[in-house]
Design a binder for this molecule. Structure first.
Ligand SMILES: Nc1nc2c(ncn2[C@@H]2O[C@H](COP(=O)(O)OP(=O)(O)OP(=O)(O)O)[C@@H](O)[C@H]2O)c(=O)[nH]1
Ligand SMILES: [Mg+2]
Length: 304
């Protein structure tokens, strides 16, 4: 935890909410983690990893920013879950002071254009061109930026790399300048407004996205059945919920090996984030059609 310098007397302090939006897989959650300085939001090489909004708080002497990581905006509706995820993007755009729209360097397509349409008429939009570290021919970057600059008005266009941290502090400075003056709302040590129960479910869900193949991550979710904190130990009972019996067998793996790997990697992440020992028990449950069930989605916290 960093020690915050006391604000100078008479110095301007800014505070506000800022949404991170973009098509799936552009690096919104990676950027949120980079901004906050710890692994808070789950990430994977697969699209649609983030399903529900999550906040990350950045506090510095002159500003406090609440970043809202949103699900990747989708143009295909495959299930009630997908629709709920898109509603989450729209809800995430409400009551924000600025928006950071992420696109991937040299990769502007139809799904990005759908995000542009979503942002039509909005002010205080910053364009962050991410993954510039993977651009081999740097000469291609400038024409790409010029092309995007013609799309709409931007407060700034900043090429960044969320994984390398390139130009992220410059991005932060531009964001801060757009925020209204106001006092900090959260404690300097707070890094999020979501609870640990949600974070624990997410860290376990990340392992499904990272360790399981093909459709399985999309056919599964995680529910926390028990979350207890006693002194320096958190006891967490979680269920991985899948759609079919055959999927349950894959998650468990031969002799339970796969499930063991999933659980131990998730536990390590939880211990790092919570700064305590974690006792994690994981079950696998079959719940047919969970991604289509409004009641199940509501129970999972899709409240919009
Ligand atoms: N090379 C490179 N890869 C990146 C960068 N930022 C993110 N990635 C990778 O892109 C993939 C997607 O990152 P996420 O942060 O999960 O993307 P997201 O936009 O949150 O995705 P959804 O939640 O699915 O919408 C991961 O494999 C990241 O490691 C970057 O700056 N450079
Ligand atoms: Mg994400």
């Amino acid at each position: 935890m960093s020690v915050q310098a006391a604000p100078e007397a008479g110095a301007v302090h800014r505070a506000g909410r800022v949404a991170l939006v973009g098509r799936p897989n552009v690096g919104k959650s990676t950027l949120l983690n980079r901004l906050v300085g710890c692994k808070l939001s789950i990430t994977s090489g697969r699209p649609q990893t983030t399903r529900q909004r999550l906040t990350g708080i950045v506090t510095r002497p002159d500003a406090q920013i609440v970043f809202v990581d949103t699900p990747g905006y989708q143009t295909e509706y495959r299930s009630a879950l997908n629709s709920a995820m898109n509603r989450g993007v729209t809800a995430g755009l409400q009551d924000v002071d600025a928006v950071v729209w992420l696109v991937e360097a040299l990769q502007y397509g139809e799904r990005d254009a759908a995000v542009a349409a979503l942002l039509a008429g909005r002010r205080a939009v910053i364009l962050a061109i991410n993954k510039t570290d993977s651009v081999r021919d740097r000469n291609l970057l400038l024409p790409f930026i010029s092309r995007l600059a013609g799309l709409r008005a931007f407060e700034a266009i900043i090429p960044i790399s969320a994984t390398k941290g390139w130009q992220v502090s410059e991005l932060l400075d531009v964001i801060v300048a757009l925020l209204p003056e106001g006092p900090p709302v959260h404690d300097a040590d707070d890094i999020t407004t979501v609870n640990e129960r949600f974070l624990a479910a997410e860290l376990l869900r990340e392992k499904l996205f990272r360790l399981l193949g093909e459709e399985l991550p999309y056919a599964s979710t995680v529910e926390i059945d028990r979350f207890r904190q006693e002194g320096g130990l958190r006891t967490i009972h979680a269920s991985i919920v899948v759609d079919k019996k055959s999927q349950k067998a894959i998650v468990i793996g031969k002799g339970g090996k796969q499930l063991k790997t999933i659980a131990s990697q998730a536990r390590r992440d939880m211990e790092r984030l919570f700064g305590s020992k974690v006792f994690l028990e994981v079950w696998v449950k079959v719940s047919r059609g969970w991604a289509e069930s409004a009641a199940t989605l509501r129970r999972m916290g899709f409240d919009d």
